[in-house]
Design a protein around this ligand. Structure first.
Ligand SMILES: NC(=O)C1=CN([C@@H]2O[C@H](COP(=O)(O)OP(=O)(O)OC[C@H]3O[C@@H](n4cnc5c(N)ncnc54)[C@H](O)[C@@H]3O)[C@@H](O)[C@H]2O)C=CC1
Ligand SMILES: O=c1[nH]c(=O)c2[nH+]cn([C@@H]3O[C@H](COP(=O)(O)O)[C@@H](O)[C@H]3O)c2[nH]1
Ligand SMILES: [K+]
Length: 494
């Protein structure tokens, strides 16, 4: 009896609304910049789930372009997961390492032939020591006719060449290219030797996604999931350039996991996130592993059955709030993982102290999510499944199957012996992830306007909540109408 009277009251998204406050903030003027781990910032507080129907390189690239972060799932061999990380990192390399050059003693005709063959429009000119002495482009060659084509490259090239040094930050490179109105910037070593080239095409790609989440070198940020004891995978992901490694466990609050992750952290360069947890005590304990971020959520996910199968969990708004209160004292960011259905839920998670949210179902079914599209009754769908579902455990390399395969003779895998904590299904096809992100961030900005918060930090400090009843929630959804036109940001709960 004592246990029951001592039980805490806990809440989730539908139990609260955000109180409107005096505001001088226009939604369009707010900043959504946030910290996702101690060493990395995002430009929007959205992280995609490490699930095999949500995040591989395509989703991670799409999200990074919008300013968020994708976490590559771990239902892949180490090699395949590494490949996905590399694809994201290479998607926007500013410096093309292998550069095709020409000697100043060659002819203009030879320069033209190389450009035609390689399908490029300019060549850095280098001497015998690889030192850049000029640059020659199609524009330099175009006016040449007949015998003039036999002119030496040194006579035709631009010798006043604008170069940048290795390690020049993207923004700086952009400024230099624009100020000098040049289309390509050779990258040179301290001794002026050529090491690469940055082209206008790359630069424009950067301009196309001004809000993208990038590292210092200008490549897209990417995270990758790893099991708590898989040190080889963690090191391979770190070597491949994963900015963040997300340690993925249904129960991060475990002594052997905390020990293992503390060791792992010493051996990898990437930031390390640990999850999932749902209590303040867990936050205190896992922070001892000196991690760079915490992921919160036991069982709130749309495909999760943990709370039903194990009877364990904490409603998500309470879980996030209690973890965030502890993490704030340590300066460690918190990601609210799972259960988000609407942009308003994202706003509520931020209100109680989350720095970012992780979403699965909201991004499942998009063009960039892995998996085939199917058509049923004339409507398009894509698969979405829990990582602890039968399909995920028996498909791929079977992340999660150690625990669920409780009979522990894993050499004799038999799906009837698995105890799943997730389900498999389909969600409607939604088109490009960028459209979904646009609506979600629009809703969040609106929320911040109502609160009078111009940043996520202000949202933490200023936003107040009101506790509502089930009737309050009924009143909140559309009612007394048959919806005839689907809205891009509202799906009636089925
Ligand atoms: N957020 C959530 O509520 C849940 C998420 N999942 C997802 O399913 C996938 C598989 O997760 P895991 O089974 O954790 O992977 P896993 O089988 O690789 O387990 C990793 C480690 O977590 C610990 N662990 C997991 N469940 C435990 C439990 N009930 N009691 C004690 N220790 C436990 C064990 O030390 C285990 O070795 C992951 O992608 C995970 O995120 C699964 C269940 C719940
Ligand atoms: O209990 C669970 N069994 C599972 O099989 C499972 N797979 C994923 N997840 C977690 O759910 C999150 C995604 O939730 P949403 O679809 O609600 O965004 C994800 O980000 C995960 O935290 C699982 N939880
Ligand atoms: K659930």
């Amino acid at each position: 009896m004592d246990k029951l009277t001592k039980a805490e009251d806990t809440y989730t998204f539908d139990d609260f609304l955000i109180k409107p406050g005096l505001s001088s903030i226009e939604p369009k003027d707010v900043t959504l910049k946030t910290q996702v781990s101690t060493n990395f910032n995002l430009n929007i507080p959205i992280v995609s789930s490490a699930m095999d129907t949500v995040t591989e390189s395509q989703m991670a690239i799409a999200l990074a372009r919008e300013g968020g972060l994708g976490v590559i799932h771990r239902n892949l061999t180490v090699d395949d997961e590494v490949k996905e990380v590399r694809k994201v990192k290479l998607a926007n390399e500013l410096t093309v390492k292998e550069v095709i050059t020409i000697s100043p003693d060659e002819t203009a005709e030879e320069a033209k032939a190389i450009m035609d063959m390689e399908e490029i429009s300019g060549l850095p000119v280098v001497d015998d020591n690889d030192v850049v002495v000029g640059i020659i482009s199609r524009r330099d060659i175009k006016p040449l006719r007949g015998k003039y084509l036999h002119n030496k490259v040194s006579e035709v090239m631009t010798s006043d060449v604008v170069t940048i040094s290795e390690g020049t930050e993207t923004e700086k490179a952009l400024d230099i290219a624009y100020e000098n109105k040049v289309e390509r910037l050779p990258v040179v070593s301290e001794k002026d030797e050529i090491v690469g080239i940055v082209t206008m095409k790359d630069i424009l790609k950067h301009k196309q996604y001004p809000n993208a989440a990038r590292d210092k070198r200008g490549t897209y940020l990417v995270a990758a999931a790893c099991g708590p004891f898989d040190i080889d995978r963690a090191m391979a992901l770190s070597d491949a350039g994963a900015d963040i490694i997300a340690i993925d466990s249904a129960h991060g609050h475990k002594t052997d996991i905390i020990e293992s992750v503390r060791e792992m952290n010493k051996n990898v360069e990437s930031d390390v996130l640990l999850g999932n947890i749902a209590t303040a005590k867990a936050a205190e304990d896992i922070l001892k592993a000196e991690i760079n971020g915490i992921k919160v959520g036991i069982g709130p996910g749309s495909i999760c059955t943990t709370r039903i199968v194990a009877g364990v969990g904490v409603p998500q708004l309470s879980a996030v709030s209690s973890v965030a209160d502890v993490a704030e004292d340590y300066g460690v960011p918190v990601i609210a993982d799972g259960g988000l259905r609407y942009s308003g839920d994202i706003a509520k998670a931020l209100c109680v102290g989350a720095n970012a949210v992780m979403v699965g179902s909201l991004l499942a079914g998009t063009k960039e999510s892995p998996g085939e599209m199917t058509i049923r009754n004339g409507r398009k769908y894509k698969q979405y499944r829990g990582m602890g579902s039968l399909g995920a455990m028996t498909g791929g390399v079977g992340a999660g199957k150690d625990r669920y395969f409780q009979n522990s003779n894993s050499s004799n895998m038999n799906s009837t012996k698995l105890v799943p904590e997730g389900i498999e299904g389909v969600v409607p096809y939604k088109g490009a992830a960028s459209q979904i992100i646009f609506q979600l961030m629009g809703g969040l900005k609106s929320s911040m306007g109502y609160v009078g918060a111009d940043s996520i930090k202000q949202m933490h400090e200023k936003a107040e909540l009101v506790h509502i009843t089930a009737n309050g929630m009924l009143e909140s959804h559309p009612h007394d109408i048959t919806i005839t036109n689907e809205s891009p940001n509202y799906n009636p709960r089925s």
